[in-house]
Design a protein around this ligand. Structure first.
Ligand code: 5GP
Length: 179
């Protein structure tokens, strides 16, 4: 089984805790956006699992879209140089946009995305991130809805990968670098 490969270490957040938190976030966002029709934008590929679960807890008349960014660097450390790989399908002018991220680490990716999206003049723009590593922040970015804080260690699962593997783990686990 995937969980048993030596590359995957201790479980940090199990699937029950994730499910509870995603449900609560869904409730909070549903209340905040009552009467609105937000566009819920997932950032590929890490946020797909979270995005798919979250939208099913949003009792709103919403639409979805996706963006993809790449940052140069090693498998576990980004260089901070971000580039847009896949853009949204349509304009966000005047829309209430919720950007759904997997993890905010240095904050450089989110900073890039927020600047890029703000230029397109949405009515509002908020961020919902499953995870945050506050100790690693290099730029200040505001996260409006946050699932969990994690320590300064590389995590995989629930959408997050290492060399494109482990995205399908149902929990968030530490990557074991010593295997
Ligand atoms: P940032 O630009 O905030 O440094 O990094 C954001 C991106 O780096 C995330 O969207 C994610 O793709 C990747 N990343 C940062 N930390 C981790 C981690 O612990 N595990 C995985 N799998 N990806 C991470």
């Amino acid at each position: 089984m995937l969980e048993r490969t030596p590359a995957v270490g201790r479980i940090l957040i199990d699937k029950t805790r994730i499910a509870d938190r995603v449900r609560n976030l869904g409730g909070e966002i549903s209340r905040d956006y009552e009467g609105k029709q937000p566009l819920v934008v997932g950032v590929l590929r890490g946020a797909v699992v979270f995005h798919a679960d979250l939208i099913r807890h949003l009792e709103l008349n919403l639409k979805i879209d996706f963006m993809s960014v790449a940052s140069y660097g090693s498998a576990t450390d980004s260089s901070g140089e971000v580039r847009l790989v896949k853009d949204l399908e349509s304009s966000i002018l005047g829309l209430d946009v919720i950007l759904v991220e997997d993890i905010v680490d240095t904050g450089l990716t989110l900073d890039y995305l927020l600047r890029n999206l703000k230029n397109r003049r949405p009515a509002s723009l908020r961020v919902c991130s499953l995870l945050s590593k506050p100790d690693r922040r290099r730029v200040e970015v505001s996260v409006d809805y946050q699932g969990f804080e994690v320590p300064d260690q590389f995590v995989v699962g629930y959408g997050l990968d290492f060399n494109q593997q482990f995205r399908n783990l149902p929990h968030v686990a530490l990557l074991n670098r010593d295997f």
